[in-house]
Design a protein around this ligand. Structure first.
Ligand SMILES: Cc1cc2nc3c(=O)[nH]c(=O)nc-3n(C[C@H](O)[C@H](O)[C@H](O)COP(=O)(O)OP(=O)(O)OC[C@H]3O[C@@H](n4cnc5c(N)ncnc54)[C@H](O)[C@@H]3O)c2cc1C
Length: 427
């Protein structure tokens, strides 16, 4: 039985749910796609646009997973800075990865424009404000490395940062003008609708429960039907289950929580992010925040390690809002919700070929609005015949994390440690 969307700001304000009836009986496709988030829907759109017969199988509804719950911040780049990526991947692949990771803003906003997706898209830039002298130096170097590669970025000094954020809390930082934000559930529904328009068939309430080889094709089974397809793509990220043995153990899902105020009256909100930036700071347990199209303030940050929220779980976000914007101390949150972010051990997104004709992209480490959209397209290119070496991300073998049952414990311990380091560093 499909689960309803989590009660979020996005579920309340999104464009209408798209029609995606459950799979019944037997269907044939060139490509079957498991999961209808950004990864699955971007892949479906790219493939259907090339004339492939596509079936998408989603356990719940389009955008039910992280894609319908995110902060909607479209942020170029990876955890590693351009110089680090060049050093890690060498002079040929390194610059291609940097270029690709830097292009996600154009990828997302380009799709939105081409397909006329109504999702409050705003490519108005992203700020990374520094909360300590050490991290200020790091982001200044980061900005310089992108600037040397021709990106539209700029350092931001302390007083300009205070004006752009409407808060004196930070020491300065940098601005990436390639970035922006979207209403994420409307965006993923728009991708799905565009894929349908191009001929893809999308099934909600259709969990893939088994994958088997039938001669040279794959059979994907759901409770009430099967899809026989030459190729299968998996886009289940932090919600990966046991469909393919070991895959769930390649990522560590952590929980992040967001809160949203109601639309802020000018008296409270006119100085907060007046130019429409998104922002995420340099804390190890970062605060990420922005306004929505109706002037609400949305704040995100760490949450306890469980899917269901209980009263009091939003206190970390309350603390962040009160510290940044003391004028909002008495402004209640109208929404709070959470979801799973899939982290990888090497902090890189992963593209794997699991078997002949079976591919997966996952592990976006909190940058999936842009990266899942991009890697969804790369999956489509791979099944359309592009050679793995021509994709600007390494296609690697799947490697389940050794000692996986202990990773949650390790993540908890690390969270406590990071909180302490953040406190000491901010002091
Ligand atoms: C609260 C929150 C805030 C975030 N903020 C940001 C942000 O501001 N910027 C950013 O870039 N990233 C952010 N992220 C990360 C980003 O949302 C994800 O990386 C991205 O949405 C992943 O997309 P996806 O399509 O790969 O996976 P998902 O959107 O999680 O979709 C996976 C889908 O697979 C389905 N599924 C699972 N198993 C099966 C099965 N067996 N059969 C059929 N369907 C199945 C699930 O129901 C789900 O709908 C945030 C994440 C969260 C949770």
């Amino acid at each position: 039985m499909a689960q309803a969307h989590t009660a979020s700001l996005w579920a309340r304000t999104a464009t209408p749910e798209i029609d995606a009836p459950a799979l019944q009986g037997q269907a044939q496709a060139d490509v079957a796609i498991v999961g209808a988030g950004f990864t699955g829907c971007a892949a479906a759109l790219a493939l259907a646009s090339r004339g492939a017969k596509v079936r998408v199988l989603e356990a719940n509804a389009v955008g039910w997973g992280a894609s319908g719950r995110t902060g909607g911040q479209v942020i170029p780049g990876l955890k590693y800075d351009p110089d680090e990526l060049d050093a890690m991947f060498g002079p040929e692949l390194g610059p291609r990865i940097v270029q690709a990771a830097g292009s996600v803003g154009d990828e997302v906003f380009g799709l939105i424009e081409r397909h006329g997706i109504a999702c409050d898209a705003a490519q108005k830039g992203w700020l990374q404000p520094a909360f300590s002298p050490r991290t200020l130096e790091i982001v200044q170097r980061r900005c310089e490395q992108w600037r040397q590669r021709g990106a539209d970025v700029a350092p931001v000094d302390r007083s300009r940062m205070a004006r752009l954020l409407g808060s004196e809390h930070y020491l300065g930082g940098w601005e990436d003008r390639r970035a922006g934000h979207v209403q994420p559930l409307s965006y993923v529904r728009g991708l799905a609708a565009a894929a349908q328009h191009a001929g893809a068939v999308i099934h909600g309430d259709s969990p893939a429960v088994a994958l088997s080889r039938q001669g040279s094709a794959w059979r994907v089974s759901t409770p009430n039907g099967v899809v026989d397809a030459g190729e299968v793509l998996i886009g289940t990220n932090g919600y990966t289950d046991g469909l393919w043995p070991g895959l769930a153990r390649t990522v560590v899902p952590i929980i992040t929580l967001q809160v949203a105020t109601g639309p802020l009256p000018d008296a409270l909100g006119k100085d907060i992010l007046p130019e429409g930036h998104a922002a995420s700071d340099t804390r190890r347990l970062l605060w990420y925040f922005r306004r929505d199209a109706h002037g609400r303030l949305i704040m995100g940050g760490r949450a306890p390690f469980r899917d269901e929220l209980v009263a009091g779980d939003a206190r970390y976000a309350r603390n962040a809002v009160d510290r940044l914007y003391p004028q909002l101390r008495d402004t209640p949150f109208e929404f709070h919700w959470s979801g799973r972010v899939a982290m990888t051990k090497d902090h890189l997104p992963h593209l794997h070929r699991l078997a002949d004709g079976l591919w997966v992209a996952l592990g976006y480490n909190g940058r999936g609005v842009g990266l899942a959209t991009l890697l969804g397209r790369y999956l489509a290119e791979l099944v359309s015949g592009t050679r793995p070496q021509d994709i600007p991300f390494p296609v690697t073998a799947m490697r389940p994390i050794v000692g996986y049952p202990f990773t949650r414990l390790a993540a908890r311990v690390l969270t406590g440690y990071y909180r302490m380091r953040d406190r000491l560093e901010a002091a």
